[in-house]
Design a protein around this ligand. Structure first.
Ligand code: HEC
Length: 135
Protein backbone atom coordinates (compact mmCIF):
# COMPACT_ATOMS: atom_id res chain seq x y z
CA UNK A 1 0.00 0.00 0.00
CA UNK A 2 1.38 3.41 -0.86
CA UNK A 3 1.58 6.09 1.79
CA UNK A 4 -1.17 8.07 0.04
CA UNK A 5 -3.54 5.12 0.03
CA UNK A 6 -2.79 4.53 3.69
CA UNK A 7 -3.52 8.15 4.51
CA UNK A 8 -6.66 8.13 2.39
CA UNK A 9 -7.79 4.99 4.16
CA UNK A 10 -7.11 6.67 7.49
CA UNK A 11 -9.21 9.70 6.56
CA UNK A 12 -12.05 7.75 4.99
CA UNK A 13 -12.50 5.24 7.77
CA UNK A 14 -15.48 6.46 9.77
CA UNK A 15 -14.95 4.65 13.03
CA UNK A 16 -11.89 2.45 12.71
CA UNK A 17 -11.01 0.29 15.65
CA UNK A 18 -8.12 1.95 17.41
CA UNK A 19 -5.94 -1.10 16.82
CA UNK A 20 -6.47 -0.88 13.05
CA UNK A 21 -5.54 2.79 13.01
CA UNK A 22 -2.43 2.08 15.06
CA UNK A 23 -1.47 -0.74 12.68
CA UNK A 24 -1.83 1.55 9.69
CA UNK A 25 0.36 4.18 11.32
CA UNK A 26 2.99 1.52 12.08
CA UNK A 27 2.94 0.26 8.49
CA UNK A 28 3.23 3.79 7.16
CA UNK A 29 6.13 4.65 9.48
CA UNK A 30 7.71 1.31 8.62
CA UNK A 31 7.61 2.12 4.93
CA UNK A 32 9.37 5.43 5.58
CA UNK A 33 12.04 3.71 7.66
CA UNK A 34 12.40 0.92 5.11
CA UNK A 35 12.90 3.58 2.41
CA UNK A 36 15.69 5.10 4.47
CA UNK A 37 17.45 1.95 5.69
CA UNK A 38 16.81 -0.81 3.19
CA UNK A 39 15.33 0.33 -0.12
CA UNK A 40 18.62 1.29 -1.77
CA UNK A 41 19.51 -2.38 -1.85
CA UNK A 42 16.11 -4.08 -1.73
CA UNK A 43 13.17 -3.75 -4.11
CA UNK A 44 9.76 -4.70 -2.75
CA UNK A 45 8.47 -5.41 -6.22
CA UNK A 46 10.37 -8.19 -7.97
CA UNK A 47 9.96 -6.48 -11.35
CA UNK A 48 12.19 -3.61 -10.10
CA UNK A 49 15.98 -3.88 -10.14
CA UNK A 50 17.29 -5.00 -6.75
CA UNK A 51 20.92 -5.33 -5.60
CA UNK A 52 19.90 -7.59 -2.71
CA UNK A 53 17.06 -10.14 -2.97
CA UNK A 54 13.61 -8.51 -3.39
CA UNK A 55 11.82 -8.43 -0.05
CA UNK A 56 8.22 -8.69 -1.13
CA UNK A 57 6.62 -11.61 0.68
CA UNK A 58 9.69 -12.09 2.91
CA UNK A 59 7.94 -12.72 6.26
CA UNK A 60 7.94 -16.51 6.91
CA UNK A 61 9.74 -17.09 3.60
CA UNK A 62 12.61 -19.61 3.71
CA UNK A 63 15.94 -17.76 3.78
CA UNK A 64 17.86 -17.82 0.52
CA UNK A 65 14.87 -18.97 -1.50
CA UNK A 66 14.26 -16.09 -3.87
CA UNK A 67 14.49 -17.78 -7.28
CA UNK A 68 17.47 -16.65 -9.35
CA UNK A 69 19.21 -14.51 -6.70
CA UNK A 70 22.93 -15.21 -6.18
CA UNK A 71 23.03 -15.64 -2.38
CA UNK A 72 26.11 -16.15 -0.22
CA UNK A 73 26.70 -19.77 0.74
CA UNK A 74 26.04 -18.82 4.39
CA UNK A 75 22.55 -17.55 3.66
CA UNK A 76 21.65 -20.25 1.19
CA UNK A 77 22.72 -23.02 3.57
CA UNK A 78 21.27 -21.45 6.73
CA UNK A 79 18.03 -23.44 6.65
CA UNK A 80 16.19 -20.72 8.57
CA UNK A 81 12.80 -19.15 7.95
CA UNK A 82 12.32 -15.38 8.16
CA UNK A 83 10.17 -15.28 11.28
CA UNK A 84 9.69 -11.90 12.99
CA UNK A 85 12.31 -12.94 15.58
CA UNK A 86 14.84 -13.87 12.89
CA UNK A 87 14.19 -10.60 11.04
CA UNK A 88 14.75 -8.66 14.27
CA UNK A 89 18.05 -10.42 14.92
CA UNK A 90 19.06 -9.79 11.31
CA UNK A 91 18.24 -6.08 11.43
CA UNK A 92 20.07 -5.75 14.74
CA UNK A 93 23.29 -7.50 13.72
CA UNK A 94 23.07 -9.43 10.46
CA UNK A 95 26.80 -10.28 10.44
CA UNK A 96 26.68 -11.60 14.01
CA UNK A 97 23.45 -13.49 13.36
CA UNK A 98 24.82 -15.11 10.22
CA UNK A 99 28.58 -14.99 9.77
CA UNK A 100 29.49 -15.12 6.09
CA UNK A 101 26.50 -13.19 4.78
CA UNK A 102 27.33 -10.65 2.10
CA UNK A 103 24.79 -8.10 3.34
CA UNK A 104 26.58 -5.12 4.82
CA UNK A 105 25.99 -4.60 8.56
CA UNK A 106 22.92 -2.42 9.13
CA UNK A 107 22.69 -2.44 12.96
CA UNK A 108 19.13 -1.34 13.74
CA UNK A 109 19.02 -1.79 17.50
CA UNK A 110 15.96 0.32 18.31
CA UNK A 111 13.09 -2.13 18.91
CA UNK A 112 10.47 0.41 17.83
CA UNK A 113 12.21 0.93 14.50
CA UNK A 114 12.42 -2.87 14.10
CA UNK A 115 8.70 -3.10 14.94
CA UNK A 116 7.73 -0.57 12.31
CA UNK A 117 9.86 -2.14 9.57
CA UNK A 118 8.41 -5.54 10.52
CA UNK A 119 4.85 -4.17 10.31
CA UNK A 120 5.61 -2.87 6.83
CA UNK A 121 7.26 -6.12 5.65
CA UNK A 122 4.32 -8.12 7.06
CA UNK A 123 1.88 -5.90 5.17
CA UNK A 124 3.55 -6.89 1.87
CA UNK A 125 3.78 -10.61 2.74
CA UNK A 126 1.33 -13.48 2.44
CA UNK A 127 2.11 -14.80 5.91
CA UNK A 128 -0.47 -17.62 5.93
CA UNK A 129 0.73 -19.02 2.59
CA UNK A 130 4.40 -18.81 3.62
CA UNK A 131 3.71 -20.45 6.98
CA UNK A 132 1.92 -23.31 5.25
CA UNK A 133 4.95 -23.86 2.98
CA UNK A 134 7.55 -23.63 5.76
CA UNK A 135 5.68 -25.86 8.23
C1 HEC B 1 24.02 -2.19 1.34
C2 HEC B 1 22.94 -2.99 0.80
C3 HEC B 1 21.90 -3.53 1.76
C4 HEC B 1 21.15 -2.86 2.70
C5 HEC B 1 21.23 -1.39 3.07
C6 HEC B 1 20.24 -3.83 3.26
N1 HEC B 1 20.43 -5.05 2.68
FE1 HEC B 1 19.40 -6.76 3.13
N2 HEC B 1 20.59 -7.84 1.83
C7 HEC B 1 21.60 -7.29 1.04
C8 HEC B 1 22.28 -8.36 0.34
C9 HEC B 1 23.47 -8.20 -0.63
C10 HEC B 1 21.65 -9.57 0.73
C11 HEC B 1 22.03 -11.00 0.35
C12 HEC B 1 22.92 -11.52 1.47
C13 HEC B 1 23.57 -12.87 1.27
O1 HEC B 1 23.35 -13.53 0.22
O2 HEC B 1 24.33 -13.27 2.17
C14 HEC B 1 20.58 -9.19 1.65
C15 HEC B 1 19.69 -10.09 2.24
C16 HEC B 1 18.61 -9.74 3.04
C17 HEC B 1 17.62 -10.66 3.56
C18 HEC B 1 17.52 -12.16 3.24
C19 HEC B 1 16.43 -12.36 2.19
C20 HEC B 1 16.29 -13.77 1.66
O3 HEC B 1 15.74 -13.90 0.55
O4 HEC B 1 16.70 -14.72 2.32
C21 HEC B 1 16.76 -9.94 4.33
C22 HEC B 1 15.56 -10.46 5.10
C23 HEC B 1 17.23 -8.56 4.31
N3 HEC B 1 18.37 -8.47 3.53
C24 HEC B 1 16.62 -7.54 4.99
C25 HEC B 1 17.09 -6.22 5.01
C26 HEC B 1 16.44 -5.16 5.75
C27 HEC B 1 15.16 -5.29 6.56
C28 HEC B 1 17.20 -4.02 5.55
C29 HEC B 1 17.00 -2.66 6.15
C30 HEC B 1 16.88 -2.61 7.58
C31 HEC B 1 18.31 -4.40 4.68
N4 HEC B 1 18.20 -5.74 4.37
C32 HEC B 1 19.31 -3.53 4.24
C33 HEC B 1 21.92 -5.95 0.94
C34 HEC B 1 21.43 -4.93 1.76
Amino acid sequence: MTRLTTLAALCLATSPALADTFDMIKIDAGETLFDRECRRCHAVDSTDPSYGPPLEDVVYRAAGSYEGYDYSIALEASGIVWTPAALRAWMEDNKGFMPGTKMRHVGIEDRTVQDFILAYLTSISDVEKNKAISD
